[in-house]
Ligand binder design. Structure first.
Ligand SMILES: *Cc1c(COP(=O)(O)O)cnc(C)c1O
Length: 227
């Protein structure tokens, strides 16, 4: 199937899932995950109307950034501190804040370029060793520590749940994320603007939307499988 057919299919599935919870596609931000895919495919997706692209490696993002105009970029992968300076003025949202030293670096670099950087806290909801992210019981405490960073704006949370055969288990992880999201909304700090619950990928975005996701990150479903 072509990229445009893939996108149409994803949107109709988003519509369907959103409708179940009284929302429409306009309430859901679609991040097209373009990692490993060439610039030509990204341009094709852009020309079909997609406007936010997600990359998980700083270097790859830099290469694509100059070649694809009129789109926004989100950083969705584990971010090394020494790479922050390269992307700080190029991305609209970092989904993967997972440590205080990284927050310090983002804050410092954001200040240098004169911006306030929107971030999400990555939550390791399944406590998997292979994944980075904050454990759910530590998220509120971690969030409060971010109040000291004037050039960071906390906008919500992101997760990649463990791969499970059982959709009910996946749903349960998403429900727990929703709870964390709602608890964060209750905190009232100057540099908090809690509005994004980023969860759901090609295989589970419908469940994520049903459980309250308003940002979904879809790669394979749009671009096909990665090489
Ligand atoms: C690769 C990736 C995705 C997209 O995964 P698909 O299964 O291809 O949709 C989403 N989020 C993150 C953080 C990723 O690294």
């Amino acid at each position: 199937m072509s990229i445009s057919e893939n996108i149409a299919k994803i949107f109709s599935k988003i519509d369907e899932a959103a409708e179940k919870v009284g929302k429409t596609r306009n309430d859901i931000l679609l991040v097209a995950v373009s990692k490993t895919h060439p610039v030509e495919k990204i341009i094709e997706a852009r020309d079909c109307g997609l406007c936010i692209f997600g990359e998980n490696k700083a270097q790859e993002l830099l290469q694509k950034y100059d070649k694809v105009k009129d789109v926004k970029w989100h950083f969705i992968g584990h971010l090394q501190r020494n790479k922050v300076k390269y992307i700080i003025d190029k991305v609209d949202l970092i989904h993967s804040l997972d440590s205080i030293p990284l927050a310090e670096e983002i804050d410092k670099r954001a200040k240098k370029v004169g911006r306030k950087m929107p971030v999400l806290i990555e939550v390791n909801i399944g406590k998997e060793e292979s994944k980075s992210g904050i454990y759910e019981e530590d998220v509120l405490e971690f969030a409060k520590q971010l109040t000291e960073f004037e050039n960071i704006i906390l906008q919500g949370v992101m997760t990649i749940p463990p791969i499970c055969e059982d959709a009910n288990k996946t749903r349960d992880y998403f429900k727990r994320m929703k709870e964390i999201f709602e608890n964060l909304k209750l905190l009232n700090y100057d540099n908090f603007d809690i509005k994004f619950l980023s969860m759901g990928m090609t295989n589970d975005f419908e469940i994520a939307i049903e459980e309250g996701a308003n940002v979904v990150r879809i790669g394979t479903g749009i671009f096909g499988s990665r090489l």
